[in-house]
Every structure is written in structure tokens, then in C-alpha cells.
Design a binder for this molecule. Structure first.
Ligand SMILES: [Zn+2]
Length: 325
């Protein structure tokens, strides 16, 4: 047993490194925050499970930002709305539809400040092996999605025969049945905006929403099509020094950056009356920046298969022996 555990932990420590690489690939977006009063924040919160380490004010801000998604409209820009329909493969687009689309893909919200604990489960041996992922966030990261990388670690039987992965959150172990049970990390970029956003609250809120829907897109895709996570690719030199070599570009037309770009365009209508000329200018640059991350043309061949990976079976873990890494 001890040798087996040692072997498992050795393999696992290698794979945590792999997972963190995945995390980098998924860590994206810039940010925002809403300054608007919204008594319905709790409605948005009811759809998500927040880690207790997130401050009350931050969860309230996330709730407000998501509530303002309900005001999405873009009836003046038919091309833009048709693009978003195609990108998301939806017949209709509205604020509530986009909100549901997000909640179908993200379930857990955690802070980059707290190391998050997970367990891999081995059904035959009735064992759980706990491990930590040391989270990190640079100031420009608003959010990141950890789920697809973890699900891939269970689906990939070439390294180890894992049967399930569990997230430890608020004293409970929650099985991640699919990448659609998205675990979204809130990064330093969200909080920095929280402090600085008062100057441009509407623009910042739009950027937060775009980043969160971008992260939700990382819950899509599947192993068979090699699209699980709808991952980014490295940006070429033509994107400038800051982006060259970073996993901050998309080789798909329907990937996370275009989701964020077209959602932002719809929300930009909010800005028409409520924003200063400076805010409008900033928002137009934000949208241009997101669109500049797409390396391919709008052609059928560049729409990746976003069909979600099939769920894993539920695994009961009562009586399992737990090992710590
Ligand atoms: Zn991303």
C-alpha cells in the first residue's frame, strides 16, 4: 500500500504541475466592477457556491455584475447579435438566456488567495488522495476556470486509473462530474478593479461579465474532438511583445475571447447613455483587444466542437481511506 501511494503521489505531483500549466492557459481576461445598487444580488448568488474565503463584498459585487447581464441587448447591431448566436450555438439571445448559459457552466467560485484542496478517488481500492493546488494570480487576471484540467486528469487513463475528483469547499467534498461543474477562480484583477473601479464602474462591470462568460466557455468542449476546455493557444510575435508566447489567443472563432468580445458589444449599449466619452473609448479598446486575440477567420472550419464532455458517474466515498499529499 505504501509503495503504491508513494507511486501515486509521485505521479500526482507531476500532474499538479500539468494542471497549473492548464490553469495558466485558462487564466485570462481583464476586469470590472459595478457600482450600481442591486437588491437582487442574492438571486445571482443562489446559483453559485462561493468559497467562504471570498469576502462578502466581493461575492456581492460578483452577484451585481451577473445581475447586470440581464440588461444585455444589442438590437441596433444585427451583425453582432447574429455572431454571438452562432458562437454560442443559440437560436435566441437575451440577458436571461446568457445568464442561464453562464450558470449551466460555472458552479463554484473560489479565491486565488486560498490554496484549494481536491481529492482524486480510486474506487477499487476505496482510497482518496488529497492534494492542494497552489493558486496564483497576476493583477491582470480577473478569473480562471480550473475544471476542464481536472476532469481531463480523471478521463485520461494513460497515467493513472482515477475514478473521480472532488473539490473541498466550505467543509464539504463535492464531486466534479463534468467540466460543466465549473470551478471559477476569482483573480487579483477583479479585486484591483474593486478598489479602482469607482471611476469607470459601468465599463469595469462589462469587463467582469465578459471575463466570467469567457471562463464559462472553458467549461465546454470534449476529449474526442480534442476541444475540452476550449483552450487558448500561444500568441504569435505579430501580437506584440506583451502577448508573444502567452496562451492568450484563440485558434477558434467560437472560443472564449470571442464570447467575451460579443457579450461586451451587447452590454456596450448600457454605456450609450450612462458612460462618459472617455469610458466609451476605453470600452471600445477593450472590445478591440478581445477581438485581436482571434487568430482565425469566421469560417465553419474554425468553429470548434463545443459539445460538453459526457459526465462522469457519481461515486460514493463513504468509508474510503484518505491519504494526504
Ligand atoms: Zn481563457
Amino acid at each position: 500500500m505504501k509503495n503504491k501511494l508513494k507511486q501515486r503521489l509521485k505521479v500526482k505531483s507531476m500532474q499538479i504541475g500539468f494542471t497549473l500549466l492548464g490553469l495558466n492557459a485558462f487564466a485570462c481576461g481583464k476586469s470590472s466592477k459595478s457600482d450600481k445598487q442591486d437588491s437582487q444580488a442574492s438571486v445571482a448568488n443562489a446559483n453559485l457556491i462561493f468559497d467562504e474565503s471570498l469576502s462578502t463584498s466581493l461575492t456581492a459585487d460578483i452577484g451585481k455584475d451577473l445581475n447586470s447581464l440581464r440588461t444585455w441587448y444589442n438590437d441596433k447591431n444585427v451583425d453582432s447579435i447574429n455572431n454571438l448566436k452562432k458562437i454560442l450555438n443559440l437560436n435566441e439571445i437575451s440577458g436571461p438566456i446568457l445568464e442561464s448559459w453562464f450558470y449551466d457552466r460555472i458552479q463554484y467560485v473560489i479565491s486565488y488567495k486560498t490554496n484549494v484542496k481536491f481529492s482524486y478517488a480510486y474506487a477499487v481500492d476505496r482510497e482518496l488522495v488529497n492534494f492542494d493546488i497552489k493558486l496564483r494570480s497576476s493583477p491582470n487576471i480577473v478569473a480562471a476556470n480550473l475544471s476542464a484540467g481536472l476532469i481531463e486528469q480523471v478521463k485520461d487513463k494513460t497515467v493513472e486509473d482515477r475514478d473521480a475528483v472532488f473539490l473541498h469547499i466550505n467543509g464539504l467534498k463535492k464531486q466534479l462530474l463534468s467540466a460543466h461543474k465549473g470551478v471559477m477562480m476569482i483573480g487579483a484583477g477583479y479585486e484591483i478593479d474593486h478598489e479602482e473601479a469607482k471611476k469607470i464602474p459601468i465599463v469595469n462591470s462589462i469587463r467582469h461579465i465578459a471575463a466570467m462568460l469567457h471562463e464559462a466557455r472553458h467549461s465546454d468542449g470534449n476529449v474526442k474532438s480534442k476541444t475540452l476546455g476550449m483552450s487558448h493557444v500561444q500568441c504569435p510575435a505579430s501580437k506584440g511583445e506583451e502577448l508573444e508566447g502567452q496562451y492568450a489567443c484563440d485558434n477558434s472563432w467560437n472560443g472564449p475571447y470571442n464570447v467575451g468580445a460579443y457579450v461586451s458589444e451587447g452590454l456596450a449599449a448600457q454605456c450609450s447613455a450612462g458612460c462618459t466619452e472617455n469610458e466609451k473609448l476605453i470600452l471600445s479598446f477593450v472590445i478591440l483587444d478581445l477581438k485581436s486575440r482571434i487568430l482565425v477567420e469566421n469560417k465553419a472550419a474554425n468553429y470548434w466542437d463545443a459539445t460538453p464532455e459526457k459526465s462522469l458517474p457519481t461515486l460514493g466515498i463513504d468509508g474510503f481511506t484518505t491519504f494526504e499529499n
